[in-house]
Design a binder for this molecule. Structure first.
Ligand code: PRX
Length: 665
């Protein structure tokens, strides 16, 4: 339980309100709350008319749609179903012949600071040429292609080229392991992998292609016919003859014209795997039409994008944020954007601020974890404090991926935004495709730590387990009661899991359950997200399933008998992974325990990826269980937090384990 003083503090914090600065509201697309409310009203009263207008105004259709929303097979909703379009054409070709054609599309800054710029026209040529290279290797509309690449122009080109020929991409974050890659290749039935020989991060050269080889060698990946290798560095890599082809080889002789392949609006643009409450990641399937509409619209609504803006979203293309706000949204909106290969702390923790100054970034969008770690760095080293750089180009700041604590919000507001830039705390998920609850920079009065109000057309509500609305001030489950264009379409290969996970029967089967807890403020009805209500953790803005980590631990069959994983709050990463482990050989202590804990961390890194490594590992003779044999997770969470135990532990067979589990390694 939090202390009373903490409660008072958070009440005080929540009462601070920051109305939009004149700089942000003057000339804004949605200027003032009345304009926002008018849009909401329009979307509510005539959803069909509203979405039809948005889809016609914001997208280029090769075949116009005549049906806006088809609810006949709910919750498998279809949007703009009989229309045809191409996502890449809507990001690139549509700008040709407009002032955007010769505008810089991407300012790429490499890990070592080298900068490359590419215009829309040149980006189109490179995407088209790579699309031709994909086709030359036999890749066709409907095929699935894995993209396992670093943050580079080529990473964006790979995704756009897939979209151009109608192939469905599935990007796997470069920090995921060979095993994770193999599982995704198999589930998606992918025919090709697009990768780089190495990636550069923080001055280090890390292998990617070798991990692809290891993943494929694990077996079951016979569907893979081609591995495209972008030679990011000069270092040697091992070629598998007859399967591997370099970018240079694949592009040789390919023309720079490639007509975009029209696809139906519901054609899967991509599958992106994310963690759920079971051990197996879910392949979240997104559409082409509805998804892209949302990517474009939210660039305009949430970021109020203007032609002269320099937009920078720091997310990796391996996550949904890097899909919607790097690979698609900024291009669909004709923005100039920064793409950054490296990490925020290399060569020092002033890197982000230095890059904002250098590229005159006006919209900066990052995760609370990054902000918290840079606050720590700035507080301990004056040299990397943001005051050393000119951040006056900034107009709008954004936050994404996890709740932002009011202290971090205030620091961001003062030290980065100089009290002039609205902070859009955007709540959304892999499944929602784009922002769903967020302030609008020219309209919404801001409250630190609150994602404020839903976008027009998003029927967000807070309900109890039966789907009944709860009043403001009461915490409950976050739901979205009406379909919206960019919502998840299904889980790849698992429509039953889609229905069960997101549209529970107890709530009527057609209401989207987000999986987060939330509460609305009594005064303004503002939403505050209180965290996941399922077994999903949010570590540094990365989504991890506790069951996935448990499965990885027990897969170390020579050592581990049983494992349970819970999260605990962490100052920098938001949440930290804590594992409770029972070994087959008996409980280790001291040096042996430390050594085994490190062995288990290395194992989890190999099974899933370094981001899933448990921060704390605790060993017991057994795990605390109820009489019916269920692990007492609430008790484990208390132990992980170091809290006093208030739960009833009288049923524990072995009370001594409470003391054993008190020690973390
Ligand atoms: O718990 C919520 C948290 O991140 C989860 C979604 O994770 P993912 O699918 O990886 O997408 C992250 C990027 C959109 C949500 O269920 N989350 C995301 N944004 C916020 C947030 N929690 C609080 N405030 C946010 N702004």
């Amino acid at each position: 339980m939090s202390s009373p003083s903490k409660n008072i503090e958070s009440v005080l914090v929540e009462s601070r309100v920051f109305p939009p600065d004149a700089r942000a509201s003057t000339g804004a697309r949605i200027a003032g709350m009345a304009a926002y409310e008018a849009l909401c009203k329009e979307a509510e009263q005539d959803p069909d008319g509203f979405w039809t207008r948005q889809a016609r105004d914001n997208m280029v259709w090769t075949k116009p749609f005549t049906r806006t929303l088809d609810e006949s097979n709910a919750p498998f909703y279809k949007w703009f179903d009989d229309g045809e379009l191409n996502a890449s054409a809507n990001c690139l070709d549509k700008h040709i012949g407009t002032p955007v054609e010769h505008k810089t599309a991407i300012i790429f800054e490499a890990d070592d600071g080298a900068v490359t710029e590419i215009t829309y026209k040149d980006l189109l040529a490179r995407v088209a040429q790579f699309a031709n290279a994909l086709k030359a290797q036999g890749i066709q509309k409907g095929d699935r292609v894995i993209v396992y690449m670093p943050m580079t122009i080529e990473g964006v080109i790979a995704m756009q080229a897939c979209a151009r020929i109608g192939a469905t991409h599935s990007v796997v974050f470069g920090g995921f392991s060979a095993k994770a890659l193999q599982e995704r290749i198999i589930d998606a039935g992918a025919v090709a992998v697009i990768t780089s020989n190495f990636q550069m991060r923080g001055g280090k050269e890390l292998p990617l292609k070798a991990i692809v080889d290891d993943g494929i060698a694990l077996g079951g990946c016979e569907s893979i016919k081609t591995v495209f290798v972008h030679e990011r560095t000069l270092s040697d890599w091992k070629r598998v003859e007859g399967r591997d082809i370099t970018f240079a080889e694949a592009l040789e002789g390919q023309g720079i014209d490639c007509p975009p392949e029209p696809v139906g609006a519901e054609h899967p643009l991509f599958i992106l795997y994310t963690s759920g409450s079971t051990g197996k990641p879910k392949g979240v399937q997104h559409s082409t039409g509805g998804y892209l509409l949302w990517a474009k619209l939210t660039m305009d609504w949430t970021f109020d994008l203007r032609p002269e803006d320099v937009f920078w979203c720091t997310a990796d293309i391996g996550w949904i944020t890097g899909h919607t706000y790097v690979a698609y949204g900024p291009l669909a909106a004709g923005a100039t954007q920064v793409v950054f290969e490296g990490i925020p702390t290399f060569p020092n923790a002033g890197r982000f601020w230095q890059m904002i100054e250098k590229h005159k970034v006006s919209i900066f969008y990052t995760a609370p974890t990054a902000i918290r770690s840079l606050i720590k760095a700035a507080e301990s080293d004056e040299k990397v404090h943001p005051k050393n750089w000119d951040l006056s180009s900034l107009r709008i700041l954004g936050s994404v991926g996890e709740p932002i604590n009011p202290e971090a919000w205030m620091w961001y507001h003062r030290n980065i935004g100089h009290e002039k830039c609205p902070i859009v705390d955007t709540f959304w998920q892999t499944e929602t495709g784009g922002h769903v609850i967020t302030p609008l920079p020219g309209a919404t009065p801001l409250v630190p730590g609150s994602c404020t109000l839903p976008l027009p057309g998003i029927a967000a509500a807070i309900v109890d387990e039966t789907g009944k609305d709860l009043p403001n001030g009461a915490g409950g489950m976050l739901v979205i009661k009406r379909p919206w264009p960019s919502m998840i379409r299904t889980i790849w290969n698992d429509p039953e899991r889609f229905k069960k996970s997101y549209f529970p029967e107890e709530m009527g089967g057609t209401i989207y359950l987000a999986g987060d807890g939330a509460v609305r403020s009594a005064d303004r009805g503002y939403f505050r997200i209180t965290g996941r209500i399922d077994d999903v953790l949010n570590v540094s803005g990365h989504r991890l399933g506790t069951m996935e980590i448990e499965s990885a631990l027990v897969a170390k069959t020579d050592l581990v008998a049983e494992a349970a994983v819970v999260g605990r709050p962490d100052d920098v990463s938001g949440e930290a992974v804590c594992a409770f482990v029972v070994l087959k050989r008996g409980r280790p202590t001291d040096a042996e325990a430390r050594q085994i804990a490190n062995e288990l961390r290395a194992w989890v890194a190999k099974e899933i990826g370094p981001i899933a490594k448990p921060k704390d590992i605790r060993f017991g003779d057994n795990l605390p269980k109820t009489r019916s044999g269920k692990i007492m997770r609430r008790l484990l969470r208390s132990i992980a937090k170091g809290e006093a135990i208030t739960q009833d532990t009288s049923t524990l067979e072995n009370p001594a384990i409470l003391e054993q589990l008190g020690q973390a390694y």
